[in-house]
Design a protein around this ligand. Structure first.
Ligand SMILES: C[S@@+](CC[C@H](N)C(=O)[O-])C[C@H]1O[C@@H](n2cnc3c(N)ncnc32)[C@H](O)[C@@H]1O
Length: 212
C-alpha cells in the first residue's frame, strides 16, 4: 500500500480495468439517491465519481487515515462532502440510500466484517443498497495462480517493474483471507440483504451489491 500523495497515480496503474471496476460500483449508486455514505474513502477517487453522478445528494465519507482525509477534503470538487476521520467499524446513522466501500473490506477481521454488514443493513432505507467493490479470495489454487499472473502482466503493461508488481500483490492472500465473493454474498444474505448480486469479477477484484 502507498501514501496519500501518490495513491491515485499508483491506483490507476494497479487496479485492473480501473474504469470497469469503479464504474460497476457506481452503476449501483442511482441519481435519485439522496443520502450516501462511503466507507474508507481514501483520497476520494470514487467520491468524486459519486458527486458527479448525484450532484444533489448528501454525501459523507469516513476513513481512519488522517492524511487520506486531508487530501480528499482539499479537493475542490468534493467541497460539499462531509469527511470524517474515524473507524468504519463504528459507523452509525440511518436513512441512507447507498453505503459504498471499495478496496478496504479486507482491512477488518471476519467477525468485524459481519458486524459491519449487519450495521449497514440497519442504516439503509428500504430499497437501499450496500455496494462493495473489493478484492476477494479466489475459490481455488488454480484460480489464484491465473489471477496473479494476469494481474502482474497488467501492471507490467502499465509501466511497473516486475519487483514493483510482485511487491504490490505480495500480501493479497493475507488481505483476502477466506473472504470469497460467494461467502461474502452469503454474509450479506444472512444479514437480511435480498437480492444479493455480483455484477463484476476480474481476478481478485469483484463487486457485490446487496439490496435492503
Ligand atoms: C486501498 S485504500 C482504498 C481507498 C478508496 N476506497 C479507493 O478505492 O481508492 C484503503 C483505505 O481504507 C482505509 N481504512 C482501513 N481500515 C479502515 C477502518 N477500519 N476504518 C476506516 N477506514 C479504513 C485506509 O485508511 C485507506 O484509505
Amino acid at each position: 500500500m502507498t501514501g496519500a500523495e501518490d495513491y491515485d497515480e499508483i491506483a490507476r496503474k494497479c487496479v485492473p480495468y480501473y474504469g470497469a471496476f469503479y464504474g460497476t460500483v457506481l452503476d449501483f449508486v442511482t441519481k435519485d439517491d439522496k443520502k450516501i455514505l462511503e466507507l474508507a474513502c481514501g483520497t476520494g477517487m470514487l467520491t468524486e465519481m459519486i458527486v458527479a453522478k448525484c450532484p444533489g445528494a448528501q454525501v459523507s465519507c469516513i476513513d481512519s487515515d488522517a492524511w487520506m482525509i486531508k487530501k480528499a477534503s482539499a479537493n475542490p470538487a468534493l467541497s460539499g462532502v462531509e469527511f470524517n476521520e474515524g473507524d468504519m467499524r463504528n459507523c452509525s446513522g440511518n436513512g441512507y440510500d447507498a453505503v459504498v466501500i471499495t478496496q478496504a473490506i479486507f482491512f477488518i477481521s471476519d467477525p468485524d466484517r459481519r458486524k459491519l454488514i449487519s450495521n449497514i443493513y440497519g442504516m439503509l432505507n428500504e430499497g437501499g443498497r450496500f455496494i462493495s467493490g473489493d478484492m476477494f479470495a479466489p475459490e481455488t489454487e488454480f484460480e489464484k495462480k491465473i489471477y496473479k499472473k494476469n494481474w502482474i502482466d497488467l501492471m507490467l503493461s502499465n509501466g511497473l517493474s516486475l519487483p514493483e508488481a510482485e511487491n504490490m500483490i505480495a500480501p493479497i492472500d493475507d488481505f483476502c483471507g477466506i473472504n470469497t465473493i460467494r461467502s461474502f454474498s452469503k454474509e450479506l444474505q444472512n444479514a437480511g440483504f435480498s437480492p444479493v448480486i455480483s455484477p463484476y469479477r476480474w481476478g481478485y477484484y469483484g463487486v457485490v451489491a446487496g439490496y435492503r
